[in-house]
Design a protein around this ligand. Structure first.
Ligand code: FES
Length: 580
């Protein structure tokens, strides 16, 4: 940690719009006064943009306007000028074809909303899966003082006395219906139990994972990740965040000061300890790309390898975010990593201090929720990166969600050319498949789907579910919901639509998955593989217009974060030319 606060007072960026008495200043300032702002609000105090991903169609973030009021209160108290700015909001459960296709668009919109307007510091009000990485990416490219405040998870769901986890039980109940173990009426009854309050998914899905990543990176106040959305302490967190960002602007404490390589290594280890989502891989790679940190898939495998998964939450474990918060939340996990010598304790956070100091005195209040290392869900909880002739640039697997016996497996490929082919065939009683086969799904990567949908945990054939089979090896270039589980190899790179070897797998090929040796192998002769690749021609259509064209033309592979190539890097947020 080596940070020296800037001198205060000094002139801030917003004064280019609001300071003085020239014609353009009067134009900018005078117009804003139609909102009833007193003249002294423009006296050079920090203008804080509260970038809000509220939307009626992003239900996970439906309470963020109320939370914004608490952020504003904190900003006023600290002597700042709060301005709430709506930004692009992509809901995981609503947006088609997949919210991931719009993560980069949201990042671009966020970046330009910051750059083009009189903002000195940013509070990112986020929640649903993509809203956290997209705003962090956009803000990182601007590199103004920035702090994350999450909306928080929903309360626990319960159905007939049992916990119901967002997403996790949707997949479970859906498979139970297909297996004839649950009626459609019971499924509908369960629906009402799944979302009991405002907030994000209550499992350790992607939303809670990314809230945890923001905290582990040092970009949120300590304790931010787990507080339930409706808990009064969530509102306290919002107010304290508002207070803090004003001082961050005065100190000029920026994302590039905080998000160092050490901070990313802390986040990767944290992801292993919490049993976090595989989606964190693409998102952290993309955020790192915006601050110029050289983060790779190798870093994921190296840093996560020896970290036990100690957070007993669905989908890997038993409990939900509400219980995680009552147990002490993420600070307890960070403390456990620190005690095991697995945390860079000197890493700087938005507090202006070291992460190790913030967690020095936290206590675990429930050892069945945050487990002792000896009782970890898995001793090696880090995201595994496998490579081989089927994934030359890597693929990922989440061991805490996988079946141990399937992590060394050789099986016959059953190939689905794309998601429509999968849907057409999967329920066919004549499909030539048994539980030893390897299901292969192509053309679901960043270019192919397009957008890299969360379909990698493709449901098993109903005829095998009825036999009681609950897991099989599945391989694709898709992503998987953070609430999902299974022995699922994801993000296979290069993707099929870019001509990766996945594109030329055929029914009947033998595939070997060897997690211990990090190997994914298509067992055909090299010459045969080369001949198939030479004969391959693209089958997916590239859009001729609109954002879809921009996405398909410029999106990079999952192995480097699936960002748009022209958005990578930090461009800063200088004062632009006045157009008037
Ligand atoms: Fe929005 Fe899970 S779908 S947080």
């Amino acid at each position: 940690m080596s940070f020296t606060p800037a001198k205060w007072p000094r002139s801030l960026r917003s004064q280019e719009w609001y300071g003085g008495s020239g014609r353009d200043v009067i134009y900018h300032r005078g117009w804003l006064k139609n909102q009833g702002w007193p003249h002294d609000m423009f006296d050079g105090r920090p203008v804080i943009g509260i970038l809000n991903t509220w939307s009626d169609l992003t239900p996970c973030n439906g309470h963020l306007r109320e939370l914004a009021e608490k952020v504003k209160a904190g900003i006023y108290e600290a002597g700042g000028f709060p301005v709430e700015v709506p930004v692009f909001s992509a809901s995981e459960n609503t947006y088609r074809p997949t919210a991931m296709m719009f993560r980069n668009l949201a990042a671009m919109a966020t970046e330009e909303a910051i750059r083009g307007q009189p903002i000195d510091g940013c509070v990112l009000l986020v929640g649903c899966d993509k809203t956290t990485p997209s705003l962090m990416m956009g803000a990182a490219s601007c590199d103004l003082p920035t702090i994350v405040v999450s909306g928080g998870p929903m309360l626990n769901g319960y159905f007939r006395g049992e916990r119901v986890g967002s997403g996790t039980h949707l997949w479970k109940f859906s498979e139970a219906v297909k297996a004839g173990e649950m009626t459609q009426e019971e499924f509908l009854e369960a629906e009402a139990s799944m979302s009991r309050s405002t907030g994000t998914c209550n499992t350790m899905g992607t939303a809670s994972t990314m809230a945890s990543m923001a905290e582990a990176l040092g970009m949120a106040l300590s304790g931010n990740a787990a507080i339930p959305a409706v808990d009064s302490r969530r509102r306290v967190m919002a107010q304290m965040t508002g207070r803090r960002i004003v001082q961050m602007v005065k100190d000029d404490l920026k994302p590039s000061d905080i998000m160092t390589k050490e901070a990313f290594e802390n986040a990767i280890r944290t992801n292993a300890a919490i049993g976090g989502s595989t989606n964190a891989v693409v998102h952290l790679l993309a955020i790192a790309g915006r601050v110029g940190i050289d983060l790779t898939l190798e870093d994921w495998d190296r840093c996560g390898r020896d970290v036990p998964t100690i957070v007993n939450l669905m989908p890997s474990g038993k409990y939900l975010m509400e219980e995680f918060y009552y147990a002490g939340g993420l600070p307890v996990v960070l403390k456990r990593l620190a005690d095991a010598g697995m945390l860079h304790q000197s890493a700087l956070t938005v507090s202006g201090g070291a992460i190790g100091d913030e967690i020095a005195h936290v206590l675990n209040h429930n050892e069945d929720v945050i487990l002792p290392a000896a009782q970890a869900l898995t001793q090696s909880g880090g995201i595994v990166v496998v490579r081989g002739n089927l994934a030359p640039r890597g693929a990922v697997l989440k061991p805490s969600a996988a079946t141990p016996a399937l992590m060394q497996h050789r099986g016959r490929a059953v190939v689905f050319e794309d998601i429509d082919d999968y849907k057409a065939k999967i329920a066919d009683p004549d499909l030539d498949i048994d539980e030893t086969c390897v299901m292969v799904l192509k053309n679901c990567g960043p270019k192919g789907y397009p957008g890299m949908a969360e379909v990698g945990n493709m449901g098993l054939p109903p005829k095998l579910l009825k036999k009681g089979i609950t897991d099989m090896v599945r391989i694709s270039d898709a992503r998987m919901s953070g609430t999902a589980y299974g022995t699922v190899v994801l993000h296979t790179s290069p993707e099929a639509a870019a001509g990766g070897p996945l594109a030329v797998v055929r029914d009947g090929d033998m595939i070997e998955l060897d997690v211990a040796n990090r190997r994914l192998h298509l067992d055909i002769p090299d010459a045969e593989l080369e001949a198939r690749l030479a004969a391959w021609t693209p089958t997916h259509e590239v859009a001729a217009t609109g954002y879809l064209m921009l996405h398909q033309t410029h999106v990079e592979g999952a192995d480097t974060g699936a960002d748009l190539d022209f958005l990578k890097g930090c461009r800063g947020a200088p004062v632009g030319k006045d157009s008037h």
